[in-house]
Design a protein around this ligand. Sequence first.
Ligand code: ZN
Length: 217
Amino acid sequence: MAIALFSGGQDSTTLLLWTRQELREPLQALSFSYGQRHSVELEAAARIAQKLGIPHTILDWGPFWERLGVPSALTAAQPIETPAEGLPTSFVPGRNLLFLTAAAVWGYPRGETTLLIGASEVDYSGYPDCRGDFLEAAQRAIGLALARPVRVLAPFLHWNKAQLWRYVESLGYQEFIAEETHTCYLGERTRRHPWGYGCGHCPACQLRAAGYAQAFG
Ligand code: ZN
């Protein structure tokens, strides 16, 4: 079984399309509620999975990071900033490791598991848990922890946003991605641009818009 980490954003929605196209395994989308500032993301995830006809589960972790005393700009009322040195305030420490581990545990009674993640080393805001060396180590660690081989696939590891846009265009899903997926850090969904909804100014909107412009001029 293939289990895709799915946020309702551009990358992970493209990941669902890629997996459905490329893998011959039953596909399950898995989302996490972890105290995100904006519910629009999870609402988008539920709507997209339904429209694509892909089974979808949302695991509710409550305000997980806040309880640990580690708020990020995605889970608390902090501005999104990218300091000259260090990680952006949108970084959620340990998120991908915890999500991959939870997905593998969830898949454990369901047999052989392929975990899919939409991480990219190219447009990744400097998050350490979007890098290939981390993903390889996570695959090994989770496999050892469960005493069962687990495959972690990150098909977009070396893709930029423009490549993601061109890929969905080739499948006929460019407009679907623009209309349905949510990326904006501010939760803005009233202003519609060619690349979708968003404030147009936050780092997530800028990456998405720049990729669109690069792909389609
Ligand atoms: Zn935005």
